[in-house]
Design a protein around this ligand. Structure first.
Ligand SMILES: Nc1ncnc2c1ncn2[C@@H]1O[C@H](COP(=O)(O)OP(=O)(O)O)[C@@H](O)[C@H]1O
Ligand SMILES: [Mg+2]
Length: 254
């Protein structure tokens, strides 16, 4: 069994690391901690189940985790890997406590990242079901979340931040529509900005939803105000004149 796992890992995951090692020693450091043993085993499980067939390359590396492009049965996938080590227990707990969907979950320092990953999957699923334009959730296993990949063969979809001046106003109006749908889903995103919206074929995709909380959560109002302020700034930049109270009205926030 052990040998089999090793072979899998070498074939499907490690090659990309070896390649990077040759390219740049410094880059490699940035990935330290992502592929700890538990993460490798989680990858193994997803490969074995056939959810993922191959991990290609990182699309993004962040503080809390990395996102990779992978190949699945039906084409490309985006795979978000949460880092097990660099987490802030208290910080994350604030978004989990008070959420009825996680009321019976026992969290410890060891499991909080797994719960966090699960929370992102749950939020993604709830948004998806409410027709919000989010990447379609595919699978969750341990600290690895698999979802629809937004982009094509040669590039992943750009962040709104990088195309704000190039896209039509129509994209801005679509974003307001997505915000309305998020309210209908009764989940406040909580980190909405030009950094968490992708634009692909003139359509906005809302991403990074781990911190989203139900509208009756103690932090919901504070987060909603922040989201609205952020988005008014973004929409204004995109040439849409709208004020905070107008956006609130548009969203039918009660
Ligand atoms: N489904 C996806 N398809 C294509 N790119 C994605 C997808 N999800 C995330 N990304 C890319 O990965 C980056 C990081 O993802 P995000 O969920 O925002 O995590 P974080 O900001 O916590 O690192 C995004 O800015 C985006 O460039
Ligand atoms: Mg993000």
């Amino acid at each position: 069994m052990r040998k089999e796992i090793d072979e899998y890992l070498y074939e499907k995951i490690i090659p990309y690391r070896e390649e990077r090692r040759e390219k740049d020693m410094d880059d490699r450091k940035a990935y330290g901690g992502v592929f700890d043993k538990r993460t490798l085993l989680a990858f193994y499980k997803l490969l074995k189940k056939g959810v993922i067939e191959e991990v290609e390359f990182p699309i993004s590396t962040g503080k809390e985790g990395d996102v990779f492009r992978a190949i699945g049965k039906e084409g490309f996938l985006a795979v978000k890997v949460y880092r097990m080590s660099t987490i802030n227990y208290k910080g994350l707990s604030r978004f989990i406590d008070g959420d009825d969907r996680f009321a019976h979950i026992h969290k410890t320092r060891d499991t909080i990242v797994l719960i966090w990953a699960r929370k992102e999957f749950r939020n993604l699923s709830d948004y998806y079901r409410s027709n919000v334009n989010v990447p379609k959730p595919v699978a969750i296993w341990k600290n690895i979340l698999v979802m629809e990949y937004i982009g094509d063969e040669s590039i992943p979809a750009p962040l709104l931040k990088n195309v704000m001046e190039d896209v039509s106003k129509e994209v801005g109006y679509c974003i307001i529509e997505e915000m309305r749908k998020m309210m209908k889903a009764k989940l406040v995103h909580g980190d909405l900005s030009e950094y968490n919206i992708l634009v692909w074929e003139e359509k906005p995709y809302i991403i990074d939803v781990a911190q989203a909380v139900p509208v009756d959560h103690p932090m919901a109002d504070e987060l909603l105000v922040r989201d609205i302020k952020n988005m008014v700034r973004v929409l204004n930049k995109m040439g849409i004149r709208i004020e905070e109270r107008e956006l609130v009205k548009e969203l039918e926030v009660i």
